[in-house]
Design a protein around this ligand. Structure first.
Ligand SMILES: NC(=O)c1ccc[n+]([C@@H]2O[C@H](COP(=O)([O-])OP(=O)(O)OC[C@H]3O[C@@H](n4cnc5c(N)ncnc54)[C@H](OP(=O)(O)O)[C@@H]3O)[C@@H](O)[C@H]2O)c1
Length: 259
């Protein structure tokens, strides 16, 4: 597929870019001309393979190990992008982790782990990226439809994402003064490793995970299927582009009509 080259001459950092939605965002932005720096936590092999694929396609790309739980590593990822490409125009913050557990089993350690990556990690990604952006900069964080849905055992994850929606709203006022927009994507169920591993948790406990993801999607999603990562990446690319020049502080739900 060819795209209009909306990111020619621009540089992007994608956290959690080694797999799933982040990898699709890297492919989409690079496919439209961006130089991309991909952050990952464990999966060096996948990150390196993606960089090789993008370079073969003629893009500039680097991979940097950067645990989103450590703001210093995120800062180093941003610095590596600026050193390599000489500028930073886009942050797509995609790194995230799932969590399901009933209230009585939630521990302070689990709370810290989930919020440290999903919430604190995204705040400091925005802070470090914004420090290097000029007017026209684009920050796109990742929430989830879970932020505004009730699901058994999903309190920690959902709350960690709801906080992100408040973050983009408030950061938009601050960074709008510098011409930088801050928005979030709230994906619905998307066919990634995360969905394969945790998707059954979205079913009512009485179903005890008996439905396949396909059966569950047919019941709960207007379009009757999970999203492909590339379909979600298209929305990140929109918010990261000039096409979204008058959009900031908002969360865009991309969920195939989940009900
Ligand atoms: N899939 C869905 O249905 C869905 C729905 C709503 C929202 N989301 C959100 O969308 C984002 C991407 O999800 P996904 O489905 O693509 O997940 P995924 O398939 O599990 O991939 C997760 C990505 O995040 C990286 N990552 C995880 N923890 C990290 C950390 N501490 N530091 C740096 N990178 C880290 C992983 O790196 P490694 O490869 O190195 O492990 C990987 O690149 C997440 O924020 C998730 O919460 C997903």
């Amino acid at each position: 597929m060819t795209y209009q080259a909306r990111f020619e001459g621009k540089a992007a950092v994608i956290t959690g870019g080694s797999r799933g939605i982040g990898a699709a965002v890297a492919r989409r932005l690079a496919g439209e001309g961006a130089a991309v720096a991909i952050g990952y936590r464990d999966n060096k092999e996948a990150a390196d393979a993606l960089v090789a694929e993008l370079r073969t396609g003629g893009s500039r790309a680097v991979a940097v190990r950067a645990d989103a739980a450590d703001p210093e590593q995120t800062r180093a990822l941003v610095m590596a992008a600026v050193a390599e490409f000489g500028r930073l125009d886009v942050l797509a913050s995609c790194a995230g982790i799932e969590h399901f557990d009933a209230l009585e089993r939630i521990t302070p350690a689990a709370f810290d782990r989930v919020f440290t990556v999903n919430t604190r990690g995204q705040l400091f990604a925005a802070q470090h990226a914004a420090a290097h952006m000029g007017s026209g900069g684009r920050i796109v964080l990742t929430s989830s439809v879970s932020a505004s849905r009730a699901v058994f055992g999903h309190t920690l994850y959902a709350a960690s994402k709801a906080a992100v929606e408040s973050m983009v709203l408030n950061l938009s006022a601050e960074l709008g003064q510098r011409g930088i927009t801050v928005n979030a994507i709230a994906p619905g169920g998307t066919a990634t490793d995360m969905a394969a591993e945790h998707g059954a948790g979205y079913q009512h406990p009485q179903l005890a995970g008996r439905l396949s993801m396909q059966e569950w999607s047919a019941l709960q999603i207007a379009l009757k299927r999970l999203a492909e990562p590339a379909e979600i990446a298209a929305a990140y690319a929109f918010l990261a582009s000039e096409d979204a020049s008058y959009m900031t502080g908002r969360t865009l739900q991309v969920d195939g009509g989940m009900f």
